[in-house]
Design a protein around this ligand. Structure first.
Ligand code: GLU
Length: 584
C-alpha cells in the first residue's frame, strides 16, 4: 500500500449510534489532533444524513429530519445552532453560499448570501492616511470591515422556497440551547485562547468569551447566550425582516458606525436593501462528472473547475497519490488556476469576467504548460488569455484569506442535497457582537489596494459590491444525479482542499472519510504547503527535486462531505476539526 494510503487504512463503519456516540466523538476527538486522522471512519446511512462542524449542530439537524423536516428545514436549525456553539466561524452576522439539488426537478441551483459593501464604501476603504493598504487586523477589528450580513435572508429564502416545517419551530433548538447553555467545545476554547489580545480588547466579546477572572471560557464550561435567544425569538416572529428592518438592524448599525477607533459606514438602508441572489450553478466537467457549485462573487467553482480541467488529460488514477508526479501536476494546475483567479474573478455584477474560464480548449491549452518534467518556473505562472466577450485590462489583485468558516452538507429522505459554506470570515469576524452574534469582517476579502498605475483591480471595494470569495460548496452529478456533496473552510486553501478531495474520490477511489483525511499538499502561490505531522512531509525532498519550494505547516481544513450511491450514503467529517456525520 502506498505512502499516503497506509495512513488511511480504515475498517468500514456500521451505522453510527447516537446521540451518545455524538457526544463521545465530540469528547474524544480533540481539535487539530493528528492521531484523529487515523481514527475516524466513514459513516454509513441509507435514508438521510447531515455532516456539520459541531456535534450539537449535526444532532439538531438530524433531529429535524427525523421530525419530518427536509434539508431546507435542517439548514435553518444547523445554521442557528452553529451560530451559537461555533460562533467564531459563522452565524446571523455573516454570509454564506449554498448549493441545492432539488430532487423533484432534478436540477442544481445556487444561492448567494454573501455580505455586501455599504453604499458609502469607497475603493479606498482599506487604505490608511498615507495611502498605503492597512495591516490586516487594523482593517478587521471594529466596524470598517463589516458588510451587510446575508445569512438571515438566505435561510428565509431557501426555507420559503423548499422547506416544509414552520419557520418559528426551526428556531427552537437554538433558542433552547442558548437559554439552557451549551458546553464550550475544545475548539471554541482554543480559538478564544488564541485570540487573546484582540477578542478581549472589545468589551462585548470580552464579557461573553472570557470568565469573570478574564480567562478564556474553559472547555466544558456551560455558556448561556440570552441575547442570542432573544434575537432568534424576534426572527422567529418577524422573519428576516425583523433582522434587516427591525431593532436588530439598529443595533448592528450602532455597533458598526459607533466603534470608537475603527468605525464603518453601514446604514439602515444597506441592511433593508440586502438581497439574496439565486444564481445558476457553475458546473465543470471532470471525467464524466459535472462538478457544480458557486460562481462569482465566489471563485470557488471556477477555480476548482479549472484545476480539475487542467489535470484531466493526465492519468492520475494510474499514478496514484503516492507518486510525486501526481502532485507536480496538481500543484502546477493549482498555481495556474490561482493566477487566473487573482486577475479575473470578482463580483460579476460589477466587473465583467471572461466567459471562457472553463472552456475545454482553453484549459487544454493551459494543461499543455504542465507537460514538462519539472515544476513550472515562477515567471511562467501567469494568468492566461481565456475567451472573453469584453477584454479589459486587469491587474492581478491580492486579498487576505484567514481561516474560520464552516461547511455543512445535508441529504434528506426525499433526495434533496444541500451543500453550504458559511462564514464570518476571520475567526470571530470583526470582534464586534450584537444581539448575541458576531459581526463579520467579510469586506477584508476585497483587495485592499484598489489600483496600480491607474489600472483597476477587479476585486477592489465598490459600494454595494460583494467581496470575492473562495468558498466552494459543491454538488457533483453523474448522469444528472448527485453522487457527492462537499466543501470546506480554509480561506483560499478551500479550493485545493476541495479539488484534491474530488481527485481522491474520483481517481484514487478513496471513500469520503479517507478522501477528507488525506494529508494536505497544495501550492497556490509558488510554495508547496505540506501538512505538518503527516506523511505529506515525506514529499518535501521529491517536490524540491522537481523544482518546487516547500513549506511544512498546519492545514486548517474542515472538509465535510457525503457520497451518494444506490447503496446509500457515506459521510465524512474532517478529523482536523470536531464535526460529525450522523445519519439513519
Ligand atoms: N472569507 C473567506 C472566503 O469567503 C472564507 C474564510 C475561511 O474559509 O476561513 O473565501
Amino acid at each position: 500500500m502506498n505512502r499516503l494510503l497506509t495512513l488511511l487504512a480504515l475498517p468500514l463503519a456500521g451505522l453510527l449510534a447516537f446521540p451518545a456516540a455524538a457526544q463521545q466523538a465530540a469528547d474524544t476527538v480533540a481539535p487539530e489532533s493528528r492521531s484523529a486522522i487515523t481514527e475516524r471512519q466513514a459513516v454509513q446511512a441509507t435514508r438521510q444524513m447531515v455532516v456539520a462542524a459541531n456535534p450539537l449542530a449535526a444532532q439538531a439537524g438530524l433531529d429535524v429530519l427525523r421530525a419530518g423536516g427536509n434539508a431546507a428545514d435542517a439548514l435553518v436549525v444547523i445554521q442557528t445552532v452553529l451560530g451559537l456553539v461555533e460562533p467564531q466561524s459563522s452565524g446571523l452576522g455573516g454570509g454564506a453560499f449554498l448549493a441545492w439539488y432539488d430532487a423533484k426537478a432534478g436540477t442544481v441551483t445556487t444561492f448567494d448570501g454573501r455580505e455586501t459593501a455599504p453604499a458609502a464604501a469607497t475603493p479606498e476603504l482599506f487604505l490608511g492616511p498615507d495611502g498605503k493598504p492597512l495591516e490586516f487586523f487594523q482593517a478587521v477589528i471594529g466596524g470598517r470591515s463589516v458588510g451587510a450580513p446575508g445569512v438571515p435572508r438566505l435561510l428565509e429564502t431557501v426555507h420559503a422556497k423548499y422547506g416544509k416545517l414552520p419557520w418559528p419551530q426551526l428556531m427552537q433548538p437554538a433558542i433552547a440551547l442558548a437559554e439552557s447553555g451549551f458546553p464550550v467545545s475544545p475548539r471554541l476554547h482554543t480559538m478564544i485562547a488564541g485570540d487573546i489580545g484582540r477578542l478581549d480588547k472589545q468589551p462585548v466579546t470580552r464579557d461573553y468569551f472570557f470568565d469573570a477572572l478574564g480567562a478564556p471560557q474553559a472547555t466544558g464550561a456551560v455558556l448561556r447566550n440570552p441575547d442570542y435567544a432573544a434575537s432568534l425569538r424576534t426572527i422567529a416572529e418577524g422573519g428576516a425582516d425583523a433582522f434587516y428592518k427591525g431593532p436588530i438592524a439598529g443595533k448592528i448599525v450602532a455597533a458598526v458606525n459607533g466603534h470608537p477607533t475603527n468605525p464603518g459606514s453601514l446604514s439602515l438602508d444597506d441592511l433593508a436593501n440586502y438581497k439574496v441572489k439565486e444564481r445558476p450553478a457553475v458546473c465543470a466537467a471532470y471525467r464524466g462528472l459535472s462538478v457544480c457549485g458557486m460562481g462569482p462573487p465566489s471563485s470557488g467553482a471556477l477555480t476548482t473547475g479549472q484545476i480539475l480541467g487542467m489535470v484531466e488529460p493526465f492519468d492520475l488514477a494510474t499514478l496514484g497519490p503516492d507518486d510525486p508526479e501526481s502532485w507536480r501536476i496538481i500543484g502546477d494546475a493549482t498555481r495556474l488556476a490561482f493566477a487566473d483567479r487573482e486577475r479575473y474573478i470578482a463580483d460579476s455584477d460589477f466587473v465583467s469576467i471572461p466567459k471562457g474560464l472553463l472552456n475545454a480548449d482553453y484549459l487544454k491549452g493551459r494543461a499543455q504548460l504542465i507537460r514538462r518534467p519539472t515544476a513550472l518556473p515562477d515567471d511562467q505562472v501567469t494568468a492566461g488569455d481565456p475567451p472573453w466577450d469584453k477584454a479589459e485590462l486587469r491587474l492581478d489583485g491580492k486579498a487576505f484569506d484567514m481561516p474560520a468558516t464552516s461547511h455543512f452538507v445535508i441529504v434528506d429522505s426525499e433526495g434533496n442535497v444541500l451543500s453550504m459554506t458559511t462564514s464570518v470570515e476571520n475567526a470571530f469576524g470583526s470582534r464586534q457582537m450584537v444581539g448575541g452574534f458576531i459581526l463579520n469582517n467579510q469586506l477584508t476579502d476585497f483587495s485592499f489596494a484598489p489600483e496600480k498605475d491607474g489600472k483597476a483591480v477587479a476585486n477592489r471595494v465598490e459600494p454595494g459590491k460583494r467581496p470575492r470569495s473562495s468558498m466552494a460548496p459543491t454538488i457533483v452529478l453523474k448522469d444528472g444525479k448527485p453522487v457527492y456533496a462537499l466543501g470546506s473552510p480554509g480561506g483560499s486553501s478551500i479550493i485545493p482542499y476541495v479539488a484534491t478531495a474530488l481527485i481522491a474520490l474520483v481517481d484514487w477511489k478513496l471513500d469520503m472519510q479517507a478522501a477528507i483525511a488525506l494529508p494536505h499538499m497544495l501550492d497556490r502561490f509558488g510554495v508547496y504547503e505540506l501538512e505538518a505531522g503527516t506523511k505529506a512531509e515525506d514529499f518535501a525532498g521529491d517536490l524540491e527535486a522537481l523544482g518546487f519550494k516547500t513549506k511544512i505547516g498546519d492545514q486548517n481544513s474542515g472538509l465535510h462531505g457525503i457520497a451518494i450511491s444506490g447503496g446509500g450514503l457515506t459521510g465524512g467529517a474532517d478529523p482536523r476539526r470536531e464535526g460529525l456525520a450522523l445519519g439513519d
